[in-house]
Design a protein around this ligand. Structure first.
Ligand code: PEP
Ligand code: MG
Length: 321
């Protein structure tokens, strides 16, 4: 249902009853920055840093990473820019990082697991680059950790962030104190969302991976494509539980999986209580328009009915999809 005709909305948007929803861009390449700004992104809700490590033979230096993040912060001087730390493993491989051959890479060394060990030096370098860029860049940087499953992992990542700040202070480099967040992509993170949210400023739901793990359906396998669908009530309940846990701990909660960019689902997501939606730039104008046409209280009632449905087809009937 998504045409390309929606008008570009440069201002931030709210529902008809006044709830502000941040509409941000997912960025995987620097070339996507200007188009995202042109299509009215309020900021960047997911900056995937993997591209910095691709098509080369050695990892980028602290200075190269600093420059790349400065560029994003300067493109969105009035916005928030959420930079995700390196997320490799699973579907994302980098030849010189020597990933192990695993029988089930999606259930193996991925995301934060690798950053804590064996890539802790790379992680430290990246965190120093981010803290320096946050101090010098125009926009507001936030740092986000991928594929967290346990509180221990988050505590390890937060310790690494403190250590990076201490290193920079030792070098007498200016350090910022950015917002910190956790991606909710594993069922365990959903169940532990309250404890995770208590330790950080925000959660961001990665529905590409979360759907894969909640439904046990490979995100790349079309044979189970009907199961890899975030409108199954099981996934909607996971989203709602995450939102409630975040809000109970005074954290804001966003979504940066593909689901967030579907204008047909905007009313549902606003109704489930999300504060921010981040997507590839193409659908930003349509999603902003959809937010401005949604009444939050009516959307909440409908979202409750959708998530309490027994089947995906009942969800679709409720949402008139
Ligand atoms: C996700 O899993 O939903 C997500 C946004 O991360 P990626 O697609 O990069 O794994
Ligand atoms: Mg993911």
């Amino acid at each position: 249902a998504s045409g390309s005709g929606a008008a570009i909305v440069d201002e931030s948007v709210e529902t008809t009853d006044g709830k502000h929803i941040e509409v941000a861009a997912n960025i995987g390449q620097p070339a996507e920055l200007d188009p995202a700004a042109q299509r009215g992104a309020d900021g960047v809700g997911l900056y995937r840093t993997e591209f910095l490590f691709l098509d080369r033979e050695t990892p980028p230096s602290e200075d190269e990473q600093y420059e790349a993040v400065r560029e994003v912060l300067d493109t969105f001087p009035d916005g928030r820019v959420v930079v995700r730390t390196l997320d490799i493993g699973g579907d994302k491989r980098i030849p010189y990082l020597d990933l192990p051959a695993e029988e089930n890479p999606f259930l193996g060394e991925r995301g934060i697991r690798r950053s804590l060990d064996p890539d802790s030096d790379l992680f430290a370098t990246q965190l120093r680059a981010l803290l320096r860029a946050a101090a010098d860049g125009a926009g507001d940087l936030a740092i986000m950790f991928p594929l967290v499953a346990t509180v221990e992992e988050l505590d390890g990542a937060l310790d690494a962030l403190d250590a990076a700040a201490a290193d920079l202070e030792g070098r007498e480099t200016e350090v910022a104190d950015p917002e910190v967040g956790v991606m909710i992509e594993t069922p365990s993170a959903v169940f532990m969302a309250e404890e995770l949210a208590a330790r950080v400023d925000f959660l961001s739901i990665g529905t590409n991976d979360l759907t894969q793990y909640v439904m046990a359906a490979d995100r790349e396998n079309e044979r189970v494509g009907d199961l890899h669908d975030p409108t199954h009530p099981g996934v909607l309940r996971a989203i709602r539980q995450t939102v409630k846990s975040a809000h109970d701990e005074d954290a804001w909660v966003g979504m940066c999986g593909e689901m967030a960019g579907d204008p047909d689902l905007t009313e549902l997501l606003v109704g489930l209580g999300l504060d921010e939606l981040s997507m590839s730039a193409v659908t930003i104008p349509e999603v902003k328009t959809a937010v401005s046409e949604t009444e939050h209280s009516a959307a909440s009632e409908r979202a409750d009915r959708a998530r309490l449905a027994a089947t995906r087809s009942e969800v679709h009937d409720t949402l008139e999809l």
